[in-house]
Ligand binder design. Structure first.
Ligand SMILES: NC(=O)c1ccc[n+]([C@@H]2O[C@H](COP(=O)([O-])OP(=O)(O)OC[C@H]3O[C@@H](n4cnc5c(N)ncnc54)[C@H](OP(=O)(O)O)[C@@H]3O)[C@@H](O)[C@H]2O)c1
Length: 289
């Protein structure tokens, strides 16, 4: 890679991608180019080059990819799957390195079956691996940002209604995932690696809701609803296909008895402790108030 490489960050207005932009700027020594579908609406720092482009339209990405050395790829899983082959080929034509935001649970065995969101990430990993570029797959555990989906209920009622109150996860801060992504983009130690990045502690839905409440100074309670009721919410409000909804509900049900693991990857790679959920909630307290 050149001494002052240009890095295209996709998902730059989103959770992890936004943090990658911020941390690359803090680090310096690279040119940051941020991709968004609508540059007129994107809120990004003035010194970041903002380019328009849609990952589901790979042919329209040439300007965004001009003279790019590396790409941070946050893929709109399930929304652009049918264009994934062309997209990865396009990225690989321009950039020598792709750091892909994947997910914990993708099987290492390429032949192993996987479905739903994990299946989509497995396909993307294989495409990138076969594209002849340097790569790193950030296998992120469940993101703490998933609980932002509770924000309306927290504000309006203080009661979060959802499935499986005992479902336990080691939710990871988007800044921690991004920090590993920045290492993978700017140094060679993580080439060909698939780091699994989780939060530092396992918390049930009930505990997560209580911590959010303690952080904003108002009680927040988790109320379990039957999986069938949640299935209706996923289909009608989230707009997911039935197959994906069923795969998600099955995966969540399994997490009640098979608790998420905690990895030490973040600490080993960065020398810092992974961010606890309580700190994440404080960083996002305004989203819940
Ligand atoms: N949530 C989890 O627990 C979890 C765990 C592991 C991995 N992941 C993966 O992380 C990735 C990001 O997920 P997230 O939910 O956190 O999303 P997010 O960061 O909120 O993603 C939204 C971002 O994606 C961009 N985007 C959406 N569709 C696009 C398109 N067609 N072309 C270009 N950019 C597009 C948006 O940009 P504009 O609107 O500005 O265009 C926005 O910056 C996904 O692949 C997800 O599967 C999530």
């Amino acid at each position: 890679m050149s001494s002052h490489p240009t890095i295209l960050v996709t998902g730059a207005t989103g959770n992890v991608g936004g943090q990658v932009v911020a941390q690359l700027r803090d680090r310096g020594g690279v040119r940051v180019r941020a991709l968004t579908r609508d540059p007129s609406r994107a809120v990004l720092p003035d010194d970041v080059e903002v380019v328009g482009g849609d990952l589901s339209d790979p042919e329209g990405l040439d300007a965004a990819l001009d003279s790019v050395d590396a790409v941070f790829l946050s893929f709109p899983t399930l929304q652009a799957d049918e264009r994934a082959l062309e997209l990865v080929a396009r990225l690989a034509k321009h950039a020598g390195r792709i750091v892909y935001l994947s997910a914990e649970g993708v099987p290492d065995d390429r032949g192993a079956p996987s479905q739903g969101i994990i299946g989509s990430h497995a396909v993307l990993e294989r495409l990138v691996e076969d594209a002849g570029v340097e790569w790193t797959f950030l296998r992120a555990g469940g993101m703490a940002t998933n609980t932002l989906g509770w924000a309306d209920q927290v504000r309006e009622t203080g009661v979060v209604r959802g499935p499986y109150e005992r479902l336990s996860r080691s939710l990871v801060h988007e800044a921690d995932v991004a920090a590993v992504g920045v290492l993978a983009l700017t140094a060679d130690d993580l080439l060909g690696a698939r780091p699994v990045i989780t939060g530092p502690e396992i918390l049930t839905h009930v505990e997560q809701a209580a911590i959010i409440g303690e952080t904003i100074g108002r009680p927040v309670r988790y109320e379990e609803i039957p999986p069938e009721e949640m299935r209706t919410v996923i289909l009608d409000e989230w707009g997911w296909p039935a197959e994906t909804a069923d795969a998600a509900l099955e995966a969540w049900a399994a997490m009640v008895d098979n608790r998420d693991g905690v990895t030490t990857t973040f600490q080993e790679l960065t020398g810092r402790a992974a961010t606890p959920f309580r700190r994440w909630a404080a960083d996002h307290a305004d989203d819940f108030r």
